[in-house]
Design a binder for this molecule. Structure first.
Ligand code: PLP
Length: 440
């Protein structure tokens, strides 16, 4: 019997033994509204991912990043139009090595400025600080709840080197305007694409417009490798630098089977690499960057390869779920929904909901949570209000971000949210409406 068959039989038998195995595996169980919570997202997995993990572990000679990771890097690049990608252990790590690589590649100096939104995820901002660069913050635009491009333009100064774009919940804003600004000011566009995998502007992926980009494979995201992230670019040197930073700072770029080449991909593995040292040194242990160890394990690569085959389905399901949830939530008086711009095709990370005031948000969030429907804040809201960032800038300078904190939240639209779950959400929303009517 083949190993693959043995593994799938094992999984089948294990499931017969214990009905509670693999609780997140998509659509395997009927939704029970009295028992089950509706998570805002989760891994959209079936047996294929589990089989890939078993196979990778049973057959792996090295177990850490190797052939499966390399296969995933190549397939991911092909799917999303990149020449090169390097997988790391999280989206946050991807941002960290991405900024480190770009700083070195472009020769940015300590204190040079990168423009970011003050509403978003912390690890878009942290790598700027961790690489001794300066984040310059921009407030939010109330219409599309993404950064304000007029303000962004005004904040560009002589030390600005790049903008780090991170469309919140994957929702593409006026990208053409951003590109025009950056082109005229001769600054780079970097994409934190962790929430936006598959989102498009004018028919092209958002990342097609950026010099380099990052992605996250945390379970909440479009595809998941348990934990994981990717740095991608069409410039090989940027990805090689990112790989070096993620792999202890070493110079060697051999990946997967290339490690078996006697002379490596550089063709001169044993050479006089160190100036002033007259002996040969193995390129594998030549260190050219002050690096980290942010490598993934090989099984994460194996899962990534399977997940990629589901991406198109995930994209459609996220869009369909967003549409259905919008049609339900729009019944709530005073609640505003967000639509994509006509030039955009958004791969929604969640469904943003704008309440009429603080009390409205508080009561709706409380009601949904009490009914086991998970909600999430509009990420950090104004990040500058948070204890870690309070010294960095004055949050009061960003009034719309403060308003977002008060009035905006989101619910999930992941493909793990089934039609039965959405029917239940509809019931809960309708009850909320009738209770609100009675109390008014
Ligand atoms: C925009 C954005 N950037 C970066 C990250 C960090 O990704 P990870 O959780 O994989 O470290 C996230 C988080 O999920 C995110 O939403």
């Amino acid at each position: 019997m083949s190993l693959n068959k043995l593994i799938s039989e094992f999984i089948e038998k294990a499931r017969e033994e214990d009905d509670n195995l693999f609780p997140f595996i998509a659509n395997k169980k009927m939704f029970n509204q009295d028992r089950d919570a509706i998570y805002y997202s989760g891994p959209y997995w079936d047996d294929q991912e589990i089989e890939a993990i078993f196979y990778s572990v049973l057959k792996g000679k090295w177990l850490s990043a190797g052939e499966d990771v390399n296969r995933f890097e190549k397939k991911f690049s092909k799917k999303f139009n990149f020449e090169h990608s390097v997988m790391v252990n999280s989206g946050s790590s991807a941002n960290l090595v991405l900024i480190a690589a770009l700083k070195k590649y472009f020769g940015w100096q300590d204190g040079d400025e990168i423009i970011v939104s003050c509403v978003g995820f912390p690890t878009t901002i942290n790598p700027i600080l961790q690489n001794n660069l300066k984040p310059v913050f921009v407030d939010i635009n109330w219409d599309d709840l993404n950064w304000n491009l007029d303000e962004l333009e005004k904040k560009i100064g002589p030390k600005t080197r790049a903008v780090f774009s991170s469309p919140v919940l994957g929702n593409a804003y006026d990208y053409q305007r951003l590109l025009d600004i950056c082109k005229s000011k001769k600054i780079e566009v970097i994409a934190d694409n962790c929430d936006s995998l598959g989102s498009k502007w004018e028919g092209k992926y958002l990342t097609d417009y950026a010099v380099a980009s990052s992605c996250s494979f945390y379970p909440a995201h479009h595809i998941t490798t348990i934990e994981g992230g990717m740095v991608s670019s069409n410039t090989q040197e940027i990805v090689d630098l990112a790989r070096s930073f993620a792999w202890w700072g070493r110079a060697c770029h051999c990946v997967g089977k290339q490690n078996l080449l006697a002379n490596g991909v550089c063709g001169k593995r044993f050479d006089k690499w160190i100036e002033g040292y007259d002996e040969t040194v193995d390129h594998k242990y030549l260190f050219t960057n002050i690096g980290y160890n942010l490598k993934p394990t090989n099984l994460q690569g194996a899962v990534g390869v399977v997940q990629l085959t589901k991406f198109d389905e995930v994209h459609e399901m996220r869009r369909n779920n967003k549409e259905r949830l919008d049609s339900i939530f729009q019944r709530i008086g005073g609640l505003r929904l967000l639509e994509e711009l006509p030039q955009a095709e958004t791969s929604w990370f969640g469904v943003p909901l704008v309440c009429k005031d603080k009390a409205h948000k508080r009561s709706l969030v409380k009601y949904l949570e009490e009914n086991k429907i998970q909600t999430r804040n509009y990420f950090a809201g104004n990040i500058l209000m948070h204890p870690a960032y309070i010294e960095i800038d004055d949050y009061k300078q960003y009034p719309v971000a403060n308003e977002v904190m008060d009035r905006v939240f989101f619910v999930g639209c992941s493909p793990t949210i089934t039609n039965e779950m959405i029917n239940y959400i509809e019931l809960v929303v309708d009850k909320f409406i009738s209770i609100s009517r009675k109390s008014n």
